[in-house]
Write a protein that binds this ligand. Sequence first.
Ligand SMILES: Cc1cc2nc3c(=O)[nH]c(=O)nc-3n(C[C@H](O)[C@H](O)[C@H](O)COP(=O)(O)OP(=O)(O)OC[C@H]3O[C@@H](n4cnc5c(N)ncnc54)[C@H](O)[C@@H]3O)c2cc1C
Length: 484
Amino acid sequence: MNDGILAAAHPCDIVKGSYETWKSSAEEVGVVIVGGGVAGLTAAKTLIENDYTNLLILEADNRIGGRVRTIREGSVLVEEGAEWIHGGSRNPLFKIAKSLKAVARNRPNSSWDWRVRTNQGDPGNAGKFNRLENLIEKTEKNGILRPYYDDSYGQFFVDRYPRAYGNGWNNTLGRAWFHFLEKLVNSDEGSYDWLDISARDADKYVDYGTDRNWKNGYDTLIDYLEDSIPNNVIRKSTPVCKIFWDSLENDKVLLVTNGGNYSYMANFVIFTASVGHLKERHNQLFQPSLPSSVIKNLNGIELGLADKIQIGWSEPWWGTQNPLDLLILWSEFKLPKDMEWLYGVVEAFSIHQQTNVLQMFVTGSDATQMEELPQETVKQHVRQLLSEATGLQVPEPSFFRRSQWGLNPWTRGSFSSYITLAGNEGGLRRRKQLAVPLKNSKGSKVLLWAGEHTHNTRYSTVDGALSSGKREAKKLLRIMKRKM
Ligand SMILES: Cc1cc2nc3c(=O)[nH]c(=O)nc-3n(C[C@H](O)[C@H](O)[C@H](O)COP(=O)(O)OP(=O)(O)OC[C@H]3O[C@@H](n4cnc5c(N)ncnc54)[C@H](O)[C@@H]3O)c2cc1C
């Protein structure tokens, strides 16, 4: 976990007022949904479709969508957060996208200008990449990770790498490919350290097949969800800073927002904020503190950090009109301290919407270092890397963005909430343990948990978030029915 990010100030650090004033001035509502990301919006849509309309979504940010965020600048469209629909017909999201005629056609493999270079521009052996891809794919096969259930996901790769790579695995290029593999796995998993991901947990993820893209941006989904929710249900710029969930007088939950300036009294809450936010804030957020079993589970899960860098030009400069996929092998590590985060960049590829825009992932502690640098510095570092790896002049870009999901106080991370080795040892085995409703001291279920991290098999995805929102809304409808 990144202590630097956790130590940063938070907008909810100062909350003014008292319980009595908040209680007496609170706005009454049936259900409050905390968070207007995919899970929160889907929970609201499900309640409304089942004729339950006495609800509010309280969203901290001045926009909805959470970790789905499409950016449009001039003719450029990029995704700061979620990008792919992971899989076809088994994925409920794919079905929605298909019904909206919003699935983009995948580029044929043959259209790519595919290059493998060391960071100094020497060519690398592309065949090695296929071997590493095969190794990653093997982990999706039944049973292969089983011997590692009490060990880490990364350990599987450490053990299997020499055989997968073949002769020379320990020479300069062999080590460069190993570094590549580690960064690739960390970027797939969004993890800080592949040696910290429980292999048992990694084995729970169910793969739904080929990735697809949205034709006109991921926010097509947000518009679709928002369409079924009346305007007055969504309150943006309304951060929930305190939740009094165990009232002695009744079964109601008091929520304090906007630094103590406004409050709500709800019968039920569906809480959908990221596990990064939860881990950082649960002590200040919940009054009384969450039960120790809940805190123990939170300590056993981590939200990884994966950032994107997007850099674009009016024309491609790499000598062809084809989309570029450049794999970068770090064969020497001699960068000055402030550039060391670049070791985390091992691939630069054209995004599906525009050939002229290249995207790079940077994860874990490399991402933390990148987030803290000025944007202009990041841009210069990236230009230098691209230029040295391709041996070409890289012109001044016309477009540049980098994400800062770790510094975002409402996420504190990006994707793949993963159960850690310590979490596995402590008995956290299934995400459904994170979705057990919070009961007050009278035994009433008053707060339900949704969000990608609570999905057993599709954690870290948009469809996982969507299904979790639906699941908790239905659970709540059953609870309300029993109470009537
Ligand atoms: C860089 C990146 C790439 C990704 N790529 C993919 C991909 O290709 N495919 C895929 O399927 N998934 C991808 N994901 C993951 C996907 O975006 C998430 O799993 C999903 O969007 C999570 O939705 P959610 O509703 O659970 O959480 P969130 O989207 O985090 O929504 C929670 C909401 O709660 C709000 N909030 C937080 N705290 C408070 C508070 N105290 N009070 C009020 N509101 C609060 C937040 O502002 C946010 O809007 C990616 C994510 C990132 C960051």
